[in-house]
Design a protein around this ligand. Structure first.
Ligand code: CP
Length: 304
């Protein structure tokens, strides 16, 4: 992991996943013991798309480890607005920092950035493609709540077409013998390339149009937002935006250990009456983003 970019979840092995989770656990257990680990290090956060959790949890992770942050949350305040290319921006910022965390709307942009950067790049989401650090925090959260990662029944709900977090997660679960259930409107089904991947790896999955069919058998319900920003036609978005809404009343008779996850932000897909249910874990999942990103940064910088 040392000095290596993290662009896709495939850049890490199963051993790497387990190492990041162990390290995240150590940071969670002893959050105040590592306040000088990143002394003298500068991390750049370049966000060409909006973010709350990913950017701020990365920044919180760096601050907790004693490092410094530079960057922008809105590229209109950078020289990109004057027509500077992504290549020149990355090349320049890589002179100023030890690591760059980048979110960009174009699929493949993070890989391109890693090829021109003089420091490692961490992909904080590239279009509908990958979100590997979210994936690692999702793995950490599933292990934390279930006590294991093996043989889980995982139901993914919502926008499975554009949801980059579900794309990364199904690929990472390759090593842990999962069973998947996909619940989505027809227009937002899991893309064929990911279903082909699951078939090749002999990972069972089933597609559904009715959420109630699978609630009772699931260990994890992973809900995703319908991503308005990926629709070119707003009428198409309006048609599907409220296709699946999870309500507290629907959680009766579900498994006692069931946990509901969501990468957030949420719009309407989980009713607020679910928030007080012990099975709702999405805000705790967001906190795990800090510990997991502390682990990722310190591993890439070779400090852990
Ligand atoms: N989960 C996630 O990527 O959230 P943000 O878009 O707020 O970063």
């Amino acid at each position: 992991m040392k000095n290596k970019s993290l662009v896709s979840i495939h850049d890490y092995s199963k051993t790497d996943y387990l190492r990041i989770m162990d390290l995240a656990e150590e940071f969670e257990r002893n959050p105040r013991n590592y306040g000088n680990l990143l002394t003298g290090k500068v991390v750049a956060t370049l966000f060409f798309e909006p973010s709350t959790r990913t950017r701020l949890s990365f920044e919180s992770a760096v601050q907790r480890l004693g490092g410094r942050i530079i960057g922008f949350a809105d590229s209109s305040s950078s020289s990109v607005s004057k027509g500077e290319t992504l290549k020149d921006t990355i090349k320049t910022v890589s002179q100023y920092s030890d690591l760059i965390v980048m979110r960009h709307p174009i699929e493949g942009s993070a890989r391109w950035a890693s090829e021109v950067s003089d420091v490692p790049i961490v992909n904080a989401g590239d279009g509908a493609n990958q979100h590997p650090t979210q994936c690692l925090l999702d793995l950490y959260t599933m292990k934390q709540t279930q006590g294991k990662l093996d043989n889980l029944i995982i139901t993914m709900v919502g926008d499975l077409k554009y949801g980059r977090t579900v794309h990364s997660l199904i690929q990472a679960m390759l090593y842990f013998s999962p069973s998947f259930h996909f619940v989505s409107p027809e227009e937002l089904k899991m893309p064929n390339e990911y279903k082909m991947f699951l078939k090749e790896k002999k990972i069972p999955f089933k597609e559904h149009h009715d959420l109630s069919e699978v609630l009772k058998i699931s260990d994890i319900i992973y809900v995703t937002r319908v991503q308005r920003e990926r629709f070119s036609d707003p009428i198409e978005y309006e048609k599907v935006k409220n296709a699946f809404v999870l309500k507290n009343s629907m959680l009766e008779d579900t498994k006692p250990g069931l946990k509901i996850l969501h990468p957030l932000p949420r719009v309407n897909e989980i009713n607020e009456d679910v928030d007080t249910n012990k099975k709702a874990y999405y805000f705790r999942q967001a906190l795990n983003g800090v510990y997991t990103r502390m682990a990722i940064i310190s591993s890439i910088l070779g400090l852990k």
